[in-house]
Design a protein around this ligand. Structure first.
Ligand code: ATP
Ligand code: MG
Length: 557
């Protein structure tokens, strides 16, 4: 069954939404995807995007894109643009519902004043270290700040002066007045505002105090009329604070926070901090390096967005922490590409073949379908002549018994062309390396079958020497050599030294001259043109191999 025809597998959040709609708690759901613009999106974010936008789509609601831009020091417009590009590429649209936490800085300030007036917030002048020391631990209660009893008037005055820029960074903070003995550390008078003399990408120098995430997030949700605020499990302990803040304020509604488990992928690091380290340390070529789990990296690698959506649908949404095998993602990629990718012949590590009984200078054009199951995609023409190239691996001078490809005296089928037999092997006298095969072809086998019923065991791919296009091909493998790099502090040392192999002098069939999307190179995998391509000097990325070669390697030990 086609992925699009299948009902999406249900999960606990969809059930909550269904119930809320059925009971009339909401008539229309509103969700949001709230990235911090401090890095590029990765496939973990895709899980959240597919969930939030997917539910809105499915139930006729809307999903907002909201930049959680409360930390001006780390934010950049480059990230803002990249995030929008990536969400759109993934296939989702926020319409005119594009927001920023910074849109609400004025309202957030007014609500903070409201909290102070209600005796629910105070200006604290302890240093950051002292605030930490006073907070206590999981087993010991915290201690009240000596500033906790400041009068409302003093708090209002100090908070106004914080905003006016009278104090340096760190001199004061605004804290919620909740409970320093709460077993939940998040409720031990959390900081709501800090002083930060830093220009903001959108509000410029208008502010020198910035709201903390926990304060800005719930208020932004409420101001936007979010019905279901979906976040990852590390926010579970923050939910009490989310609810406390909204309970104190005259906000228009009180969204329900629901947590789900993050996506973790094997052989991958996913936290933005580590991705920053990989990019800034030059361990990869940039945020869109095809080895990274970033959406821009996956796009550059040639992964279709539908494969990522299907992957997110298959892994589901639960509250259990887990690590998904990256092979599952690769399976989704293969399945998506199998359907849509035209086929082509390309030789990555060429070995020259001379057909000694083929007339020199002649070229004939053979017809080959673009896709074996989709005749509507038509065909392309393959040139064939006296000099060809085959894959070096497809020849062995002294083959074992189960090798069915070319060897001295053996016959194979050239895909879409003829049977050829290897007559002689030319070696480099100095190194003994095989440099050329002298073969003969059987003109009666045009199209790939022999009229006398003779069979060959192997079919190999090839290109015509005169017409082939030279190309660079980049083979990618997993960036890390261990399944759980995230669990290691020295994760950088655990990079897979073979994560990128660059092959020069690969040869492509000429029809690929104007290819602009992913193609299956027969027997080799799916490949996609890279933006580094120049006229006459194409560069192709391997998107994914045809089979899960890692499983095979692992099985062999
Ligand atoms: P990271 O941990 O990678 O730095 P983050 O949580 O800081 O990510 P945000 O920009 O704040 O990044 O994330 C935006 C949204 O994406 C949040 O709602 C967050 O919960 C969600 N998200 C981030 N990483 C994952 C993940 N691995 N799986 C599912 N959702 C995620
Ligand atoms: Mg975050």
């Amino acid at each position: 069954m086609n992925a699009a025809d299948r009902p999406p597998p249900t999960h606990f959040i969809r059930q909550i939404v269904e119930q809320d709609l059925a009971r009339g708690k909401h008539t229309r759901i509103v969700t949001r995807f709230p990235p911090e613009p401090n890095g590029y999106l990765h496939i973990g974010h895709a899980k959240s995007i597919c969930l939030n936008f997917g539910l809105a789509q499915e139930f006729g609601g809307v999903c907002h894109l909201r930049f959680d831009d409360t930390n001006p020091a780390k934010e950049d417009l480059e990230y803002v643009e990249a995030i929008q590009r990536d969400v759109r590429w993934l296939g989702f649209d926020w319409g005119d519902k594009l927001f920023h936490a910074s849109d609400y800085f004025g309202q957030l300030y007014d609500y903070a004043v409201h909290l102070i007036e209600a005796g629910k917030a105070y200006v604290c002048s302890l240093s950051a270290d002292d605030i930490r020391a006073y907070r206590g631990t999981l087993t010991e209660p915290g201690r009240d700040s000596p500033y906790r009893t400041r009068s409302v008037d003093e708090n209002l005055d100090l908070f106004a002066r914080m905003r006016a820029g009278e104090f340096p960074d760190g001199a004061h903070v605004l804290r919620a007045k909740i409970d320093m003995a709460s077993p939940n550390l998040n409720l031990r008078d959390p900081v709501l505002y800090r002083i930060k003399h830093a220009p903001h990408p959108l509000t410029g120098n208008a502010w020198c105090i910035y709201p903390m995430y926990d304060y800005a997030h719930c208020v932004s949700d409420a101001l936007e009329g979010i019905t279901h605020s979906l976040c990852t499990l590390e926010f579970e302990d923050h939910r009490a604070l989310y609810d406390w803040i909204l309970d104190q304020l005259p906000v228009p509604c009180h969204p329900r926070q629901i947590e789900f488990s993050r996506l973790n992928l094997s052989y991958t690091v996913m936290s933005k901090r580590r991705l920053h380290e990989l990019v800034e340390g030059g361990y990869v070529a940039g945020w869109d390096d095809p080895r990274l789990p970033t959406l821009s990296g996956l796009r550059r690698r040639g992964v279709p967005p539908g494969a990522i959506r299907e992957f997110c649908a298959r892994i589901g949404v639960t509250r259990k922490e887990n690590v998904i095998d990256v092979a599952q993602l690769e399976t989704c990629i293969r399945e998506a590409l199998e359907q849509d990718s035209p086929r082509a012949l390309a030789v990555l590590r060429p070995l020259k073949v001379v057909i000694e009984n083929y007339p020199a200078g002649d070229t004939e054009w053979l017809d080959a379908p673009r896709h074996p199951q989709r005749p509507e995609l038509g065909s392309r023409r393959l040139p064939f002549g006296r000099e060809l190239y085959i894959e070096r691996d497809d020849f062995m001078p002294e083959p074992p018994r189960d090798f069915h490809r070319l060897a001295p005296g053996r016959e194979v089928r050239l895909r879409f062309a003829y049977f050829i037999r290897c007559e002689r092997v030319v070696t480099d006298p100095a190194t003994g390396e095989v440099v050329e095969l002298i073969c003969s072809y059987d003109p009666a086998t045009r199209g790939g079958s022999a009229p006398d019923g003779r069979k060959v065991k192997g079919t190999i791919h090839w290109v015509d020497a005169k017409h082939a296009l030279p190309a660079e091909v980049r083979l990618y493998d997993r960036l890390f050599a261990v399944p759980d790099p995230t669990g290691h502090d020295d994760y950088l040392a655990l990079r897979n030294p073979h994560s990128l192999e660059v092959l020069h002098g690969c040869l492509l069939e000429p029809a690929l001259a104007d290819a602009d999307g992913t193609v299956q190179f027969e027997r080799l995998g799916y490949f996609t043109p890279d933006p580094d391509s120049r006229p006459g000097a194409p560069v192709w990325n391997r998107t994914v191999s045809l089979r899960d070669t890692w499983a095979k390697l692992a099985a062999r030990g």
